[in-house]
Every structure is written in structure tokens, then in C-alpha cells.
Design a binder for this molecule. Structure first.
Ligand code: URA
Length: 218
């Protein structure tokens, strides 16, 4: 069997993720709210103006003990109506992507968004909205403690990594989110319009899956 270091080498995993000690300011936070408290807080949240136009807050869906945490951008019209992330066209593609690596929504997978409320007209999230909503996602990450995070699209990737790099530059390697390996890939809504990039998304999914099969640390 390949050693862990040999696998790191093969995957091109840099020193960032191998550094298990996160800097103090980035230390994993303990969950502040329980799931019930979180659901209640999101349902009644008025921390940004989006609460005025949304139908409901969309917390997330799936297995709360999942190894996989998938993070998208924000609810769209379908998600706002149904109260569940990724239920529209992009969601169908996400389900197909998950099935391609033998995963299914709700089974060892939790799906959430950076924003819990729909931006009107599906416009991009604004920085103040992201700042107001991030504590909910941080709380979810602290509760789930996933083994891998898959960030879908620019907003999830840039927000979680505090980066302004493009997806093209961020994908294809393993990042660190407070000691949790994080892989970036294209947002399914983008892939619906840019079919050739599906092959790259497939590579990213395989990279993420490979991380979970790494041999134990020696
Ligand atoms: N796009 C997202 O980023 N999230 C959803 O829940 C739906 C579409």
C-alpha cells in the first residue's frame, strides 16, 4: 500500500493541509447552537435585508453525521419555495454528480449554502449578507465535523478560503478549512451552461473521494 506521504505526493497535496495545527485565529469553534436552536435561529433570522423578500430560511439537508459536507451559494427560487437546498435544475445535476461517486443526498452527505436566504432575482450574494450568514454555516460545520468539504462555485470557495482567486485557480488541489480538507469545484448551475468543464468537476470529485481513502497517519 502507498504510504500517506506517497499519496500526498501523488495528489499534489501541499503543506497547507498537512499542517494539522490551524493558526489560533482560525481554530475550530465549538458549536454555539444545537441543531434545533440553529433551525429556529435561521427561521427567524433578520440579520440582513434578505429576510424581507425570502419565503423561508433554508438551513440545509442531509445526514448530520456525514463525512461529506457540500456547500453551495444561496437558495434559488425552488429552494426558497421548498425549504431545501439544491432542489432545482442545478440540484438534479448535483444529485447526478453525487451518484457518480456512489453518494446520495442524505446518506453520509450534508448539503448547505453560504446564504440561508434567497437573494432576490438570484443575484449574487452581497458581502454584508455573507458576513451576516457565515456564523450559521460555521456552526453547522462545527456540529457536523465532516471529513471533507466540497465547495461548489466561487462564493462558497472564496468565502471559506478567504481568497479572491478564481475557481480555475482554486480547483484541482486540496485546501485546508480549519483542519478539514476542502476541495473546490464548479457550481452545478455553471456546469449546466459549460458542459466541457464537467470533466474537470469529475476530477475534483475523484480528488475529494480519494482524500477519504487516505491511509492513516503514521
Ligand atoms: N444554487 C445554490 O448554490 N444553492 C442552492 O441551494 C440552489 C442553487
Amino acid at each position: 500500500m502507498l504510504s500517506r506521504d506517497a499519496v500526498f505526493e501523488e495528489l499534489g497535496i501541499g503543506p497547507v493541509w498537512r499542517l494539522r495545527e490551524a493558526p489560533a485565529s482560525d481554530a475550530p469553534r465549538s458549536p454555539l447552537l444545537s441543531w434545533d436552536q440553529l433551525a429556529d435561529a435561521v427561521a427567524h433570522c433578520t440579520a440582513c435585508e434578505l429576510h424581507r423578500t425570502r419565503t423561508q430560511g433554508v438551513l440545509g439537508v442531509g445526514d448530520r453525521n456525514a463525512d461529506w459536507l457540500i456547500i453551495g451559494e444561496a437558495p434559488g427560487a425552488d429552494e426558497d419555495a421548498q425549504g431545501e437546498p439544491f432542489v432545482g435544475q442545478a440540484g438534479k445535476l448535483l444529485d447526478a454528480m453525487l451518484a457518480a461517486i456512489d453518494l446520495a443526498r442524505g446518506d453520509n452527505v450534508y448539503i448547505a449554502n453560504v446564504l440561508k436566504s434567497r437573494p432576490p432575482g438570484n443575484r449574487n450574494p452581497a458581502p454584508d449578507e455573507i458576513a451576516a450568514c457565515m456564523p450559521y454555516l460555521e456552526n453547522q460545520i462545527a456540529l457536523i465535523r465532516p471529513k471533507i468539504i466540497l465547495a461548489l462555485g466561487r462564493f462558497a470557495a472564496q468565502t471559506l478560503l478567504h481568497s479572491d482567486e478564481t475557481i480555475a485557480r482554486l480547483r484541482g488541489r486540496v485546501h485546508d478549512y480549519q483542519g478539514i480538507p476542502l476541495v473546490v469545484t464548479y457550481h452545478p448551475a455553471y456546469l449546466l451552461r459549460n458542459l466541457p468543464d464537467k470533466a474537470r468537476a469529475w476530477e475534483d470529485l475523484c480528488l475529494a473521494r480519494r482524500i477519504l481513502t487516505l491511509p492513516p497517519e503514521t
